[in-house]
Design a protein around this ligand. Structure first.
Ligand code: FAD
Length: 325
């Protein structure tokens, strides 16, 4: 019998987040022959994004559009989503492993009495089974999980790991769904203050230039910001740099910070503590710049430069500027 797999889309700054398309691909890999993919878009004034989503290879798009849903609120979004899930009766529900996805997914799992597999980085089939890979022990090992028994499943997908497929030809039908607001909300979101590391979103950046205690001061981040500007990269940091007051905690990468998986991660003056590696060791290419040749970061680096970052980073910036001109 054909099943329905739901993808809960996420937006930021008036755009669909890249992880939404990755979640569509995750749903496609999970589904069997004849299964249907239904995307759910929740927000205010998101009609034009629904059209984009409709061309992303799903079979249906459900839009819950209301001024009351302008800012993410777990109770309001949860109520809107759960009412729709009751109707769709999904086999699997996919979220991005983002701040919102991590908040909303367990609520949906509880509502559906579903199991949950979080932070999935790969999905493959083995006979009739679907295997979900996820990192454990701060990224030192991976486990593969499979669903046992019946019942729905909730999955969160780590950004930048599952390559989205090209959109399908044609567009899926878009259905506007009513939003029945809960009678009262226990929390009201007044405003969202977003701290950005420059122009590029750290979680979805293709390149991250990251600074550690080795940058020595807030001013020490300037050469890194310049390099990031040339490479259209986001700036990140170790907790060492944040604790020292060189930058905002919004930039922190690691076990207690953000997890990033860019194509290129450039670590400048970062020793490579296990808690930092937990947030970046899945990056495709790691470049480390450190004046200590014995620094542990070199054990995970694909390319290592032993030297003073204040000499090396400006040289790299100048060379990349020339090469990219
Ligand atoms: P350091 O370890 O002091 O390293 C600085 C490096 O800079 C050194 O290797 C040095 O050789 C190099 N250096 C100095 N000057 C220069 C120069 N001019 N040019 C080139 N290199 C230079 N850390 C995180 O990053 N993220 C986390 O999420 C996180 N969570 C934690 C959670 C817990 C529960 C605990 C206990 C710790 C956590 N930490 C986390 C802290 C972590 O253990 C390390 O203390 C921290 O990562 C060190 O930061 P650092 O590499 O910038 O500093």
């Amino acid at each position: 019998m054909s099943k329905v797999h739901v993808i809960v889309a996420e937006t930021r700054g008036g755009k669909l987040r890249q992880v939404t398309f990755e979640a569509v691909q995750a749903a496609r890999r999970t589904g069997g022959e004849g299964d249907r993919l239904a995307a759910v878009l929740i927000g205010a004034g998101v009609g034009s994004l629904a059209e984009e989503l409709a061309g992303a290879g799903v079979d249906a798009v459900h839009v819950i559009d209301s001024p009351a849903l302008e800012l993410y609120n777990p109770e309001a979004y949860g109520a809107a989503l759960n009412a729709l899930l009751d109707r769709l009766q999904p086999d699997t529900v996919f979220f991005g492993h983002t701040a919102i996805g991590r908040d909303l997914a367990p609520a949906a799992a509880t509502h559906l009495q579903a199991g949950q597999i979080s932070d999935v980085t790969a999905i493959e089939r083995s006979g009739a089974d679907v295997l979900f890979t996820r990192p454990v022990y701060a990224g030192k090992a991976f486990e593969q999980k499979k669903r046992t028994g019946g019942g729905p499943l909730v999955v969160t997908v780590r950004p930048n790991n599952i390559v989205p497929a090209d959109g399908a030809a044609g567009a899926a039908p878009v259905t506007a769904e009513a939003y029945d607001a809960p009678p009262s909300l226990r929390t009201v979101i007044k405003d969202v203050v977003r701290k950005m590391s420059g122009r590029v979103d750290l979680a979805e950046a293709k390149i991250v230039v990251s600074g550690g205690r080795g940058v020595k001061s807030a001013d020490g981040f300037k050469p890194l910001e310049e390099l990031a500007g040339v490479l259209n990269a986001a700036v990140g940091a170790s907790r060492g740099a944040c604790d020292a007051g060189y930058c905002d905690y919004a930039l922190q990468i690691g076990q207690t910070g953000k997890v990033v998986t860019p194509e290129i991660y450039i670590a400048c003056g970062i020793s490579g503590a296990i808690q930092h590696l937990a947030g970046m060791s899945q990056s495709r290419i790691i470049i480390a710049i450190n004046k200590d040749a014995e620094a542990p970061i070199f054990k995970v680096a694909d390319y290592g430069i032993v030297g003073d970052l204040f000499d090396v980073v400006p040289l790299l910036t100048a060379e990349f500027r020339k090469a990219l001109a």
